[in-house]
Structures are given as C-alpha cells and as structure tokens.
Ligand binder design. Structure first.
Ligand code: GLA
Length: 729
C-alpha cells in the first residue's frame, strides 16, 4: 500500500518506490506538511521541526497563549488566507459579507485504490500501475469554504500528482480570486530554481538561479502556457547536477494562464505555489458547487537526469493517449518553409513525389490551403479549400497524395478568425473583444471565444466534418497569437473573470471528443512553434511542434531545455533548408539531420531545390531514423554537456531501456583551433556488458562510463557525429 494513515500520530505517509511524502494533522486540525524526499522507512518526519517564538508572526485565537504557534511559519499543505500567514497564498476568495479570510481545518480523509480524475481537465492516468489516491478534506466553517486535496501516488513512476477541489459549502455566492493547484513547502535547505523561459523562436531556455529572499514569479497571462515561461520548474540543491543532488520537479498540466510563485521567506523556508494565474481571474462559486484546479505532477529525484527520466516515463506512458502513444510516428514532410502561402496542387505533388522516394510516410499541407488565404490577412475561420490553388479540391489532392503511397495531414488553426472571413462577418460576437474598444490585433487575427457553447459546437462540427469527409490521418493544430481583450459576449459582467479558464475547459472537451471519435488521427500541437508545449496538450496531441526556429544550432538549446521535462517523442523536429530561414545560418545536412532525429523527425523544405546527392543523403537519414526511433522515443535520454560546454559543443545520448544499445550524438557549435580533445563519459550502460563502439573497438560498459569516449577532431561548419554503441557480449 502506498498510502498509510497513523491514527495515533495523525500522520499521512505516501510512498513511491523511491520517495516519501508525509503530512500531519495537529490538535487544532491544521494540516502540516512534514516531508517530501527520498524514502525514509518508517521514520516519523516530524522530528526536525522545533518551533520558535517569532516576532510579528501572530497566533490563532485558540493558541493565543503560545506565541510560537503561528500559521506564518508552519509548513502547510494548502494555505489558509487572510488569517495570519503572510506568505504567498494558494487560495483567495471573498464571501458575500465582504470578508476575505479562511482558516482550513481537517475534517476527514479517503483512500482509493485507483487514480482520481479531475472533471473537465486532463490528468495523469492509471495505466494498470500501482496507484492509489488520497483525498483530504478541510473546511473553514465561518466562510463555508471547503477544500479537498487530491494526491495520486504512482509507486513505480515515483510520481505524486496533486489537484484541489474548492467547494462552496454555504448558501451564498463565494468569489474565488485565486485557486492554485498546490502549495509545496521545502522547510529546510538552500535551493536553486531551474526554469524554462523564452520567446517565439527560442522557447524553453534553461536558466538556473539561486533563490533569494522574496517571491519569484513565473507566469503567463497570454491565454496559453506560452513561449515565455513553461509551466514547469525544478527546485534543486545548490550542489545538484545531472547525476546527483536532491531535485524536485513541479509540472503544471495546464495550457492556459498560469502562475508559479516560489517564496524564500524570512525564516529561510521555501514555499512553491502553482496553478492557474490569479491575474484577471474571478470565479463565481455558487452554493453547493465545486471548482477543480488543474493537476500538478511532482517528483523528487537524485539529480536532474533521474528527474527528467521520471517525467519522460510518466508523460509517455500515463499522459499521452491513443494509438500513437508508444508506436511509430510517421516521418513527415511539411510544405510550410518550402512554399509558405504560395502553394498549389502541382507544387505540392512535386514535393510529395520526391518525398515518397526518400521513404517519407506522411505529407502535411500547412497554412494557405483554404479560401482567401494568400497571406495572413484573411481566411481563418472558413475551412473550405481554395479551388484556385487546389483545383481538384481537398479530395483530389488527397487522392493523388495517397496514390503516391503517402498519408495525408492537414494544418488548421481552429481557435482563430480573421476579420476578413465569412465566419467573422456572420458572427462578429464570436471573437474575444471588450465592449467599446478596438481589439488588439496580432498576425491580423482574433481569438474565437471558445468559452461559448455555440463556438464549441461550430468547431466540433467543422473539424469532425474535415476528419470524416477526407482521408486525413494527421492534424497540425496551430494557435498563433496571444489572447487579449478577454471578454465574452455570452457571459454576464460578473463572470468575465472566468472566460480564460472556461475557454480551456472547452478546448480540452473539444480535443477529448475529437481524439476519441477519430482515433486514427495523429494530432500535433503547435502555437507559433512551441507556445503551448505543456503536459495538458500532450494528453491529446502526442507530439508538439517544438519551435518555429528550425536552425539546428538554435534547436540544440531549445531541445536541451525541453528535455528536462518532456520526452523526445513529444518534440516535433524537422530538417529545413540551409541557409536557415530564421537565422540565415548555413549548416550541413548531416547536422540538421541528427538534431531533428532527436525528436519526431520530418522535413520542411523545398525538395525541388536539392541536388541528387542531398536527396540521397536524406534517403539515408530517413532509413536511419526508422532504425533508431525505438531508442530515441522509447529509451532513456542523457544530457552529456552543460550550457557552458555548449559554447563549444553539445552532446547527448540515448540508451535503450534494456541497455543493449546506445546512441551518442555530438554537434560542434564552435570548432576551436588546437583544442583539447572533446571527451564525454557515457551514462546508463550495463557495466558488465561489452559494447562495440561504432564498429571501431570493443569496450566494457563500465569503462565507457568511467574513462569515457574521446571524439575525433571535428572541424568545419557545425560538424556532427553519431556514435553507435551496441552490446555484443
Ligand atoms: C505557425 C506555425 C508554423 C506554420 C505557420 C503557418 O507559425 O508554427 O509552423 O504552420 O504558423 O501560418
């Protein structure tokens, strides 16, 4: 059993194979956080706590004679608010009498032998694993606000998931102003925070900073999880590195506005609060109703690599769903960087024909295929083919692509509308825009108000029509602007603070409906590249276009940052033209190939412009990718270089789960004259096994991991090398 309750000490103990989480209810019913860390056997982890009398940290009324008893210094599972805990709070609400406080007391618990689900929201699911759920109930009986804390304990995955249900247990309306998913306390220790910031074309740049006293906030108010701040952080020991050191991961499974607050307080204690952003959020919670927060996926590991492996496994096996979860992902060619909007049937077929000869399996028609879509000024909303570009319609094109032996995929951006579209002319009120105010424009488009039921129905009908009418086996689902002027004509003024979250509830519902109805379709998420790269989206789209930046050297940093939380099977990656369209950089085809092969692999360039030699090299790449895909998508990924090394080279490795095969990759980002040999220590091999190293020599796994491997000197423009390490004995 992974969850235990000790009646005597009122302690809850949650255990996974390698981690332990403990909480305790005190004599007043406050729920204290005791411990999250490596397994500690039967140890009662309340022992390190000694309470001191702290100035200016007040005391609950019943404990007014004990100056040391203060909510301002206790480690708590979910915070009270307005009653003397002055740190970052996980919940804020106002009651109809105007009061804005609540003090939560424990009322009971429940243990279930399965994983809880969250109504309307994606969550990590039980895949036949050893998993249990703990539900802790708390209440403030003056405000009549109840809280249920959900814990999903996945033993083999070493993952604990958390979500919160907030209930109006009274008879009057309660307005929720903040409803975070979790509060996680790290009462002792000095921590660094690793977070993943960025911008369009440069997503998820890993940055590591020591915590300073105060509140560190990372958030998105852009109506998507965003290019700017991924909803995922790591808190690790100052000394932690890839191989060792206590490291905690906190990943929010949500694609809309989020906020992560990490506070290092006056007593050197760290508190992390994570969930839907409270900026412009206000939820009208009527009597007897509940609000469910998104889920947070927690892990605690020894070193950053182990932490990443836990997320990779959990996402691959317990987040991604459907036919493509663990199976082969088709090698695709996408026409975007080949034609942009200037596409036509003849050109597309010429690319498709060449692609087929390379061994490509799926042809994807990107933006520009529908009515009036000659640039980004018009057309979004009207999902009917442009017969000038596609004289035989979509079916005509698909038939011909299929006749070549390729599957067909289509780009759509269903959540958007151009003012110049039949949809907008018919339903101007369907776009998000505030009254008496010209809306902010971005890429000449507006966001449809998906919090509305009629918009939901329209999108469901339109997309399901496309998928049932045509032989489409892949959809690239794009989202190309941030949300502003978030106001719904379908909701009263008192409920405008609910629009952003209602939007995501309906988006998940739409995705859920479509993925169940069309299980043969592979959905690839996209938001101007990787602007919505999060665990919420991965529940519906097994892969996400990682970035609009296809330059392999930029991609090294983007894919490096992405790899901390997300498996390579989720990373949409293509070989594109050189010079690269985003950076103008010239790189060899081999380097573009090995970088894209560390993701879902495909091409995005004009094959008509390539030489026979280049086409021949690509044919070899496709063959190679199909051979290594199981280890790239299903194996363990190791980062072998740091961001300091990346000024010279980036190296990474894949190892099959059974350790019989490994693939070592390097790209030299800056060839140095007369440099020291580039040397790496391999990881994850079987120490006793003998491996053949690129067919050049044989070596024990233990030697490769201790004495390492020295690369030959690689010179020229961004050279690369892939080394095959295959067990022979
Ligand atoms: C976004 C995507 C690109 C491409 C364009 C089309 O930017 O990320 O890959 O599909 O839209 O407009």
């Amino acid at each position: 059993m992974s969850i235990r309750y000790n009646e005597e000490t009122k302690q809850f103990i949650l255990e996974t194979d390698h981690t332990c989480y403990q909480m305790q209810v005190d004599m007043l019913g406050f729920l204290h956080h005791l411990y999250y860390g490596p397994r500690v056997g039967q140890n009662d982890m309340s022992y390190p706590y000694r309470i001191y009398d702290h100035g200016f940290s007040g005391n609950p009324y019943d404990m007014r004679h004990d100056r040391a008893f203060s909510l301002d210094s206790f480690a708590q599972e979910y915070t009270s608010f307005g009653v003397g805990d002055f740190r970052v709070t996980s919940i804020r609400a106002s009651c109809s009498d105007g009061s804005r406080c609540a003090e939560f007391h424990f009322t009971g618990y429940e243990i279930k032998n399965s994983k809880y689900e969250i109504p309307g929201l994606p969550s990590v699911y039980d895949n036949g694993d050893r998993v249990q759920t703990l539900i802790l109930s708390l209440i403030d009986s003056a405000a009549n606000i109840a809280v249920k804390l959900y814990y999903g304990v996945f033993e083999e995955l070493d993952i604990i998931t958390r979500a919160t249900e907030i209930i109006n247990a009274g008879t009057e309306i309660v307005w929720l102003r903040k409803a975070s998913s979790i509060c996680l306390e790290l009462p002792f220790g000095k921590w660094d925070m690793v977070h993943f910031y960025g911008r369009h074309c440069m997503e998820r740049q890993a940055e590591r900073v020591p915590l300073f006293h105060g509140i560190h906030t990372l958030s998105s108010g852009r109506g998507m999880s965003s290019h700017q701040h991924n909803p995922f952080i790591i808190l690790c020991d100052h000394a932690a590195n890839e191989d060792s050191g206590l490291s905690y991961g906190l990943m929010l499974m949500y694609s809309g506005n989020h906020k992560i607050e990490v506070e290092l307080d006056q007593f050197d204690s760290t508190r992390a609060v994570m969930g839907i952003s409270d900026d412009r959020f206000r939820w009208e919670l009527s009597a007897g109703t509940s609000f469910y927060t998104p889920e947070v996926i927690l892990t605690c590991a020894n070193g950053l690599t182990e932490l990443s492996h836990r997320y990779h496994r959990a996402i691959r096996n317990n987040v991604v769903r459907g036919k493509f979860k663990l199976s082969h992902r088709p090698v695709l060619i996408n026409n975007w960087e080949a034609t942009y909007f200037d596409l036509n049937e003849k050109k597309l077929l010429s690319i498709a024909e060449k692609a087929k000869k390379l061994g490509v399996e799926l042809f994807v028609m990107d933006d520009g295929w529908f009515k009036n879509r000659n640039d980004d000024n018009a057309g979004l909303g009207d999902w009917v083919p442009d017969l000038k570009k596609l004289p035989h319609g979509l079916d005509g094109l698909i038939e011909k692509v299929n006749a070549l032996g390729l599957e067909f995929g289509l780009w759509i951006e269903p959540e958007m509308v151009n003012e110049d579209s039949d949809l907008f002319r018919a339903h101007p009120d369907w776009a998000l825009s505030a009254p008496n105010r010209a809306p902010m424009m971005s890429r000449n488009q507006l966001v449809l108000d998906l919090s509305r039921e009629d918009v939901y129905k329209y999108l469901y009908t339109t997309i399901s029509y496309l998928l049932s009418q045509y032989n489409i086996t892949y959809i690239k689902w794009d989202f190309n602007r941030s949300m502003a002027d978030v106001y719904s004509r379908a909701l009263p003024s008192s409920r405008q603070g609910e629009v952003s979250h209602r939007y995501y509830l309906n988006l998940y519902r739409l995705y859920d409906h479509l993925t169940r109805e069309f299980p043969q379709v592979l959905f690839e998420g996209c938001a101007g590249g990787g602007g919505r790269f999060d665990a919420g989206m991965l529940a519906y789209s097994p892969q996400i276009w990682c970035s609009d930046n296809t330059d392999p050297i930029s991609r090294l940093a983007i894919q490096y940052g992405t790899s901390f939380g997300y498996p390579m099977s989720a990373v949409g990656a293509h070989v594109s033209a050189s010079p690269n369209h985003q950076t103008g950089r010239l790189t060899p085809l081999s380097t573009r190939g090995i970088v894209a092969m560390s993701g879902t692999f495909g091409y995005e360039l004009d094959l008509d412009k390539l030489s026979p030699e280049e086409l021949e090299e690509m044919k070899e790449q496709v063959k190679r990718f199909k051979e290594i895909e199981p280890i790239v998508h299903g194996g363990l990924h190791y980062r072998l270089s740091t961001s300091v090394d990346s000024r010279h080279y980036v190296a990474w490795q894949f190892v099959s789960e059974d350790k019989s095969r490994s693939l070592l990759n390097i790209v030299v980002t800056n060839p140095l004259a007369n440099s020291a040999p580039v040397h790496v220590r391999l990881k994850g091999l079987d120490d006793q096994a003998v491996y053949s190293v690129n067919g050049e020599f044989e070596c024990l796994g233990s030697s490769l991991m201790s004495a390492g491997y020295t690369f030959p000197q690689l010179t020229g423009d961004y050279p690369c090398m892939q080394v095959d390490i295959i067990q022979i004995k």
